[in-house]
Ligand binder design. Structure first.
Ligand SMILES: [Zn+2]
Ligand SMILES: [Zn+2]
Length: 391
């Protein structure tokens, strides 16, 4: 019987594990993925793949099939997080305070694996596979940066596919879900400015703390009373720092937060609603304010046609019963930036395993994956690419 793509990917398991652990041992923070970038470039060149640098640390590889045709982009992110690893693994991070706690080490390894397989199958497809290694996903600015540098051009990408590993879903399963899947992530900063006074005589000043507390509470009424409850949003006040001393009336409060939504209209309205509350309450409490809002990344809304094709491609070797649907995820992914201009979808790869203690969420200092998920990721990238290009 002829080998399936998954059989071929499984034969690479040791290679995938070795590479993933190497990246795991040497994690690098966003936009500082210099060592990672160098290794990726060398590995692609070993496979005979033409490479290009994009941004300071991004890498593109181009694999041309037997004749010209469409272009598919396959994307992996490369950066790690400022987390002190506490997994106890023997290939634990050697970089103090930095950890691949979001599984991007596996993403790199899987996309390299896919490149390796595809580079040996050039006669089996037409068109071009553009392999994209993206920096700085964790800041929400990596995709934007390399898009501005032209990653989707020359040759122009017709469709783009990404992947994220999750220990929340069992190893052996893959999430292929059309529509909203991951939330938008926008940050903000608010300064509430009052006037200091002796703590014994608050009427001589303007208490910024009291005003900031009223604003914080009123923000949550935007979620429950103003926003359409059928389309969830989160307004998160992450920090409130105010006042100078226990016996001084607070003259200033600084607040920071990050908001989430799945709906573009709600996303655009949140800062308007917030400012309405800020303005009204500051006026009532006689405070001034500065409000800065940064639209960081939009929601990941998977294209229905792309998901349909992925289900056919991946179902062909993994079985339809292993394609699952999940609740929407309130975390963000800057993969959404590519989809502003290009049709695409992100696949979520299960790598959970209770016996192996692979049960922790992304960004946890205990985050671990079942590495047996990696060949499934490789095969998914490869089969998806072949089927899109040959259609
Ligand atoms: Zn992350
Ligand atoms: Zn991630």
């Amino acid at each position: 019987m002829e080998k399936t793509i998954l059989d071929k990917a499984k034969e690479m398991q040791d290679w995938l594990v070795e590479h993933r652990r190497e990246f795991h041992r040497h994690p690098e923070l966003s936009f500082k993925e210099f060592r990672t970038s160098k290794i990726i470039k060398e590995e692609l060149e070993k496979m005979g793949i033409e490479t290009k640098a994009i941004g300071e640390t991004g890498v593109i590889g181009l694999i041309n099939g037997r004749e010209s045709g469409k272009v598919i982009g396959l994307r992996a992110d490369m950066d790690a997080l400022p987390v002190q690893e506490d997994t106890g693994l023997d290939y634990t991070s050697e970089n103090e305070g930095v950890m691949h706690a979001c599984g991007h080490d596996a993403h790199i390894s899987m996309l390299l694996g896919a490149a390796k397989l595809l580079s040996g199958m050039k006669n089996d497809f037409k068109g071009t596979v553009k392999i994209i290694f993206q920096p700085a996903e964790e800041t929400g600015r990596g995709a934007k940066t390399i898009i501005e540098e032209g990653v989707l051009e020359n040759p122009a990408v017709d469709v783009i596919v990404g992947m994220h590993i999750f220990a929340d879903f069992p190893c052996g399963k893959i999430v292929l879900q059309e529509g909203p899947l991951m939330a938008s992530s926008d940050t903000w900063k608010l300064e509430v400015i009052g006037k200091q006074a002796h703590g014994s005589a608050p009427w001589q000043g303007v208490d910024a703390n009291v005003c900031a507390i009223a604003i914080t509470q009123a923000f949550q009424t935007i979620v429950s009373r103003v926003n359409d409850a059928r389309s969830p949003i989160v307004i998160n006040v992450g920090t409130i720092k105010g006042g100078e001393r226990f016996n001084i009336t607070s003259g200033k409060v600084t607040m920071e937060g990050m908001n989430r939504s799945f709906n573009d209209e709600a996303r655009k309205m949140i800062p308007v609603w917030m400012e309405r509350v800020i303005k009204g309450i500051c006026s009532a409490y006689d405070c001034e304010y500065n409000f800065k809002y940064d639209m960081l990344v939009g929601a990941v809304i998977n294209d229905a046609d792309v998901i349909k094709q992925l289900k056919e491609s991946i179902g062909s070797f993994l079985g339809e019963e292993n394609i699952i649907q999940v609740e929407k995820i309130m975390a963000g992914e800057d993969f959404s930036e590519y989809m502003i201009n290009v049709k695409g979808a992100i696949m979520l790869l299960g790598a959970g395993n209770i016996e192996e203690d692979c049960i922790y969420s992304l960004h946890s200092d205990h985050f671990k994956i079942d590495e047996n998920a990696m060949p499934i990721g490789v095969a998914s990238y490869v089969q998806a690419a072949m089927d899109f290009l040959n259609k």
